[in-house]
Design a protein around this ligand. Structure first.
Ligand code: HEM
Length: 221
């Protein structure tokens, strides 16, 4: 086994932060925003500091922001009923962003999704599995111009995003153009069909893809 990148004290602090995050996310119902933030840091490189993260950072000053954001994403999935995602600590905080990225544009189609995700070394399967993160949360008109949740229970992590996606119309539920792209593209669609039928297959692939995403730019020991 390779040498750990962090010492035993840091690992203990991660455990404490994990417990704090479980309590915080459950009591504030903020799993969706925590997951979105963890995901966003890979595109914008500048973690938006939120009123939720600052007290956590203050309680666990040793832990880097990068680890804290990724740990929050992992815990958000776990406490809402999703798969357990392996978390390896040791990310460093970079003050200067190497390049300014942008979040994927929700108004676009398959080629845009591929351009953005392939650049990060992710595959078609990763794109579909990770899009399943929209099982949590909702869009807000004042933020994105889109409105509503993707599923009937936006605080439960399950495969309902894919079930809804295969329906022609889901009343009151949101389908972004990039969500629709997953059923329209012949290479994406088979994954949507598998995940809609088989939640365990979705959970296994989601956990693997989320781990990949959470370790971009970081080589675990
Ligand atoms: C929310 C787009 C991928 C997790 C949103 C919103 C948009 C969006 C437009 C609504 C923002 C708002 O109005 O508040 C996209 C596009 C993606 C993508 C175009 C490309 C595939 C992902 C991934 C994840 C994710 C990979 C995580 C694995 C979330 C979550 C929310 C969200 C949890 C809800 C946040 C809340 O409830 O406040 N996304 N997203 N998204 N996204 Fe994505």
């Amino acid at each position: 086994m390779a040498a750990p990148a962090v010492d035993a004290e840091y690992l203990k602090e991660i455990d404490r932060a994990r417990r704090d995050l479980r309590a915080l996310i459950s009591s504030k119902n903020c799993a969706p925003i925590m997951l979105r933030l963890a995901m966003s840091t890979h595109f914008t490189f500048l973690p938006e500091k939120t009123t939720m993260q600052e007290p956590l950072k203050a309680r666990h000053p040793k832990i880097t922001y990068a680890d804290l954001y990724q740990l929050a994403g992992v815990v958000a999935v776990e406490v809402t009923g999703g798969p357990t995602i392996d978390f390896v600590p040791g990310r460093k905080d970079f003050m200067d962003s190497p390049e300014e990225g942008r979040l994927p544009d929700a108004k676009q189609g398959p080629s845009h999704l591929r351009e953005v995700f392939y650049r990060m070394g992710l595959s078609d399967k990763d794109i579909v599995a990770l899009s399943g993160g929209h099982t949590l949360g909702r869009a807000h008109p004042e933020r994105s111009g889109f409105e509503g949740p993707w599923t009937k229970d936006p605080l439960k992590f399950d495969n309902s995003y894919f079930v809804e996606l295969l329906k022609e119309e889901s009343e009151g539920l949101l389908k972004l153009p990039t969500d629709k792209a997953l059923v329209e593209d012949p290479k994406f669609r088979p994954y949507v069909e598998i995940y809609a039928k088989d939640e365990e297959a979705f959970f296994a692939d989601y956990a693997a893809s989320h781990k990949k995403l959470s370790e971009l730019g970081f080589t675990p020991p």
